[in-house]
Ligand binder design. Structure first.
Ligand code: CA
Length: 471
């Protein structure tokens, strides 16, 4: 049977199951896709777990981001595969634990270093979707290698607007030849293009234009905002909304997130304008938890412990939601742990594209769980490793074994009872600790050492951050 026939059969089954169980009649009647659904991934950068309304945020209105969860599902335990930028993106775009291929650190911005980036034999989500007829666009931050061979246009994307480093100035860009990472020229399809707007607004504009341009094609849009990552640069249009916030970092952070929310609103209204709202699966997530120490930006992760660069929950459990009107019941709450690694297999299933068969894919297709066709946890366990093993964690059900730093012993937490990871149960429950340790060791044996290191200036600081007791 062809993949497309498989997909149709699956969608039909999913529609029947979910329509009977949960969908209102109007939604089930609407759920009859006549084309391959579009897929959009909206990624924010260093956005705190608590800084969305569904996780308790009260001081930064983000009605459009909220609407994704309200119209779809919010993930109570939505994880990324790494507590910082580039490895998370490597996992998201391959569906694989990035330590399988040594992508465990941030590549320095090195346009001549072929090792510093996503290994060239890895298969990316746009490459997976291509045989199913998808056109793919990246808007925003790449951070998966700076050589010509690593360029997103060489890694499966058909169109590009943004920058290839790990961050960027929001107000200005340099001329061609500029080598300072945050000032390199903005690119459109690989060519330098002037930055004429506040960067976040420019990314939103280009994302909406991509949707209009491809209204008749099945498309994959990867909208990777660098906001609200530092530098904290704002414009009055957004800053004026938050003059009442006393903490200047929080005030700037709020303004930067508000700009993202306006952009999400533009994207969602564009989808409605061109009649694609019911034909589009949208994921929204942050690439890691909010940074509380190094490059702190006023974000909040409470009640989670620690933040970016830590394998405590604050580094890896993120604001995470998905919408597909007519398919995912509005207002759903998914309680079981899921991962950013699941985006690739879910998108492939939605698009009717086969997964690479020559390598392990660690994510799972979430769609049957989200439509109500299947229940229970999609993953038996989830794993994290950083620094080649100096810190790591494994989650199994409600338990988590976490080694937070090189000098620390593994700690065991019951996350259902203790979301803030305050009461270490390792001594009280040695059998559980030993089982999780063995599971980690089996997983760890499949990994390779890091192929490249993060820029030296960040390394020591990150070790310290991971070791901090309570942040
Ligand atoms: Ca980040």
């Amino acid at each position: 049977m062809s993949c497309k026939a498989n997909r149709r059969q699956f969608l039909h089954r999913a529609a029947a199951a979910s329509a009977a169980a949960v969908l209102p009649a109007a939604a089930s009647a609407a759920a009859a896709p006549t084309r391959n659904p579009n897929i959009i991934v909206i990624l924010t950068d260093d956005h705190g777990f608590a800084d969305v309304r569904w996780n308790g945020c009260k001081d930064i209105p983000m009605p459009h981001i909220d609407s994704i969860a309200a119209n779809g599902v919010r993930f109570q335990c939505g994880y990324v595969s790494h507590p910082f930028c580039s490895p998370t993106r490597a996992g998201l775009l391959t569906g694989r634990y990035q330590q399988r291929f040594g992508h465990e650190n941030n590549p320095a911005y090195l346009p001549n270093d072929p090792t510093a980036g996503l290994p060239l034999d890895e298969i990316t989500l746009p490459q997976v979707l291509k045989p199913a007829g998808y056109v793919s666009g990246i808007v925003g931050k790449w951070h998966l290698g700076a050589t010509p061979a690593h360029h997103p246009l060489r890694r499966g994307f058909d169109e590009q607007f943004g920058f290839i480093g790990g961050g960027h100035d929001y107000l200005k860009a340099g001329e061609p030849g500029e080598t300072r990472e945050y000032l390199i020229p903005i690119e459109k399809d690989g060519q330098p293009t002037p930055l004429t707007d506040y960067l976040t607004d420019a990314l939103s504009r280009e994302a909406a234009a991509f949707v209009r341009r491809h209204r008749n094609d099945p498309f994959f849009l990867y909208l990777a905002y660098n906001a609200p990552h530092t530098p904290q640069q704002v414009i009055d249009k957004y800053a004026d909304r938050f003059r009442h916030i006393a903490d200047p970092k929080r005030q700037n952070y709020a303004a930067m997130l508000s700009a993202v929310d306006d952009g999400v609103g533009l994207l969602l209204s564009t989808l409605r304008d061109v009649g694609l709202e019911n034909d589009t699966l949208i994921f929204f997530l942050s690439d890691n938890g909010g940074p509380l120490t190094i490059a702190s930006n006023g974000s909040r992760n409470d009640p989670l412990r620690a933040g970016k660069s830590s394998v405590y929950e604050g580094g890896i459990r993120v604001a995470f939601a998905a919408q597909w009107r007519g398919w995912i019941p509005a207002g759903s709450v998914f309680v079981h742990p899921i991962s950013s690694l699941d985006i690739l297999p879910t998108a492939a299933a939605v698009g009717g594209a086969p997964l690479p068969a020559d390598r392990p894919i660690d994510g799972v297709n979430l769609l049957p769980y989200l439509t109500g066709e299947r229940s229970g946890p999609p993953h038996e366990r989830l794993f994290w490793r950083m620094g080649g093993g100096t810190a790591w964690a494994v989650r199994e059900g409600r338990l988590k074994l976490v080694k937070p730093a090189e000098s620390a012993a593994p700690e065991l937490y019951d996350l259902d009872a203790d979301i803030g990871e305050q009461t270490d149960l390792a001594a009280k429950r040695p059998a559980d600790a030993a089982r999780l340790r063995q599971a980690f060791d089996r997983w760890n044996a499949q990994l390779i050492p890091p192929r490249f290191q993060s820029p030296q200036a960040n390394k020591k600081a990150k070790g310290k951050e991971g070791a901090a007791k309570k942040e």
